[in-house]
Design a protein around this ligand. Structure first.
Ligand SMILES: O=C(O)CCC(=O)C(=O)O
Length: 342
């Protein structure tokens, strides 16, 4: 087959997906729900174009909202140097992730772990599913998660959500005013049975939206026995034939050996640290959380996206009262908090 024939053949195969995505983007701009077929086509195009199409979708939907730095004098971390967010964003551009030099303050860690121990969470895995308190000694599933609606009951989480410095990391990295599209906290339990794939414990890339930055805050000490996050360095942008064939498998879990084959064993970065450790990652790159073997792990996570186009986003009711930090942030940047409705 000539090169020309194979090109036109793949263009013919991609055309229905391009059309579905374009129609979905128009629906999104009209304020309609994201059509599921547009989302599926976005994922297929991502694999076929090694990510170029998702970048383009993100740019088309968000370029009109450039990020403008807000005041960072009164956030969780006090007076943060103005060059910190740009330098962290640069590191993420290069490697796909970056550690923050500061930790979450200890009183916040204490209150959040207390919140997570004394409030019921959703657990799910294998054939068990339910809601209950997390007990590290007798977990019923690998993961106990607090959906956004539960997280928002914590004033500390509200303050994290409203923190301008954390937001500025995403703003600097994405280049546009970010929109929070995910807020969650979960326990990873020491748990023998079940399918690790359900718990994001096998390598995968995320693709709920076309572009985003995820913030991870460890609320317990994380060493090798606590199931550290593992990120495949540079996998957020490295393109070659082996990577192309991994991405064309679609939105699926990938065995370690195939990741090592495509990126090399020295690309795997295991991220540990004491409670309060904060890092950001572009999880379009391959990553996973190792299954804890010795002690449980509690993580708070936020995702800042360029647009809410993509997978379905369920609006989350905002409880009342809201902390002064979050109230001010919502007033300053209503679009950033569009998912959260009063
Ligand atoms: O548990 C982890 O560290 C992995 C989390 C993950 O896969 C994700 O946030 O997409």
């Amino acid at each position: 087959m000539s090169e020309r024939t194979s090109w036109s053949q793949s263009a013919n195969e991609l055309y229905p997906h391009i059309r579905a995505v374009a129609a979905g983007m128009l629906a999104h701009m009209r304020g309609e729900p994201n059509p599921p077929e547009a989302y599926q086509s976005m994922i297929i195009l991502h694999g076929q174009t090694q990510g170029r199409s998702t970048r383009l979708i993100s740019t088309l939907l968000s370029a009109h909202r450039p990020y403008v730095q807000g005041s960072m004098k009164s956030g969780i971390f006090g007076d943060v140097p103005s060059d910190l967010a740009p330098s962290i964003a640069k590191e993420v551009r290069e490697t796909g992730f970056a550690m923050l030099p500061m930790k979450l303050p200890q009183p916040m860690i204490d209150r959040l772990t207390d919140f997570a121990r004394t409030n019921e969470a959703n657990f799910k895995g294998g054939d068990v599913e339910g809601r209950g308190l997390f007990d590290a000694a007798t977990p019923r599933a690998r993961i106990y998660s607090f959906p956004a609606r539960d997280c928002l009951r914590s004033p500390d989480i509200q303050d994290v959500l409203g923190d301008e410095f954390l937001l500025s990391l995403a703003g600097r990295y994405l280049g546009v005013t970010p929109i929070v599209d995910l807020l969650t906290m979960w326990w990873s339990a020491v748990f023998e049975e079940g399918n690790a794939s359900e718990a994001a414990q096998l390598f995968h890339f995320d693709m709920d939206k076309p572009r985003w930055l995820k913030l991870f805050i460890y609320l317990t000490d994380v060493d090798e026995s606590a199931g550290p996050h593992v990120y495949v360095e540079r996998s957020h942008r490295l393109r070659n034939d082996k990577v192309g064939s991994l991405l064309r498998r679609g939105y699926t879990r990938i065995p370690d050996a195939d990741i090592v084959d495509a990126y090399g064993a020295d690309s795997l970065r295991s991220i540990g640290g004491p409670a309060g450790t904060i890092f950001v990652a572009d999880t379009i790159g391959f990553h996973k959380g190792l299954p804890p073997t010795g002690r449980e792990r509690l993580v708070l996570q936020l995702s800042y996206a360029t647009t809410l186009f993509g997978g379905a986003s369920t609006p989350v009711p905002m409880p009342s009262p809201v902390t002064p930090t979050l109230a001010a942030a919502m007033k300053r940047r209503p679009k950033t908090y569009a998912l959260f409705r009063g």
